[in-house]
Design a protein around this ligand. Structure first.
Ligand code: GLP
Length: 241
């Protein structure tokens, strides 16, 4: 695991964007694994600026998102489909037909997960997977568990995640209780993993991810076993490392 210490959120966002743009410049038809949450928004904004200046071109890129809430329509402002268009896809020249997100509108969990799994597998997995980290060490929506998950599956969100994500909803009751997420094994197939973390509320999770035992109780800890994993985090998130 390579840890890059950043001054603050802006510095972290620029460094994360630099790594993603280098990936796309070196391999224009890159398969990018993308993440939602507030953490990557700054990196997406930076990439949009560089796209507008002509420094990076997404025409041949395809994108595979980590997760989606169950039961929200794609045009619901709280859905990750909406988030990705609003924060990134609508502002760059990626072909929307090449953007993929688990289908939260399909309430047949088995079919929705199998379909997404097949898609990612057929693509040969992603070149670069961008990840945020939950306060309890979750990645995607892989919550602490007794085992590491494998492929795309449906999860019941923990109270801590529902509470953390409720800040983005009008009312806590509106946060969906279930989601579809790529599994830990799928995430580990990425050729490179880029974890972005910011703020003191992530300090314990970041510590446990980097220095703690590898355990499904802290899903991000498995990233210690990935041969090409880079963490970009600001001082506050790295306070315990
Ligand atoms: C959600 C997402 C994760 C994200 C996490 C942290 O649960 N499913 O992919 O990493 O929240 O979000 P934030 O970056 O807003 O702290």
């Amino acid at each position: 695991m390579k840890v890059i210490r950043c001054k603050d959120y802006e510095d972290m966002s620029r460094k994360a964007a630099n790594i993603i743009s280098a990936q796309v410049i070196l391999k224009p038809d890159s398969k990018l694994g993308l993440a939602t949450g507030t953490t990557p928004i700054g990196a997406y904004q930076q990439l949009i600026k560089w796209y507008e200046k002509g420094d990076v071109d997404f025409a041949e890129v395809s994108a595979y998102n980590l997760d989606e809430y169950c039961g929200l329509s794609h045009d619901n402002v709280q859905s990750y489909h909406y988030f990705m268009r609003d924060n990134f896809f609508d502002h760059i020249n990626i072909d929307l037909a090449n953007t993929h997100i688990p289908n939260g509108e399909n309430l047949d969990a088995e079919a929705a997960c199998a379909e997404y799994d097949a898609l990612v597998k057929e693509a040969g997995y992603v070149d670069l997977q961008l990840l945020g980290i939950g306060r309890n060490g979750h990645i995607g929506f892989n919550e602490p568990d007794d085992v590491f998950s494998k492929g795309t599956h449906q999860v019941d969100l923990t109270e801590s995640t529902i509470e953390a994500n409720s800040r983005l909803f009008d009312r806590a009751e509106d946060v969906p209780r279930q989601a579809y997420t790529m599994g830990v094994q799928t995430i580990m197939h990425a050729k490179m993993i880029l974890v972005a973390a910011t703020g003191s509320d992530k300090a314990q999770a970041v510590h446990d991810m980097i220095l703690g035992p590898v355990t499904p109780k802290v899903p991000a800890s498995i990233l210690q076993l990935h041969t090409n994993c880079v963490v970009v985090a600001d001082e506050e998130a790295l306070a315990l490392v």
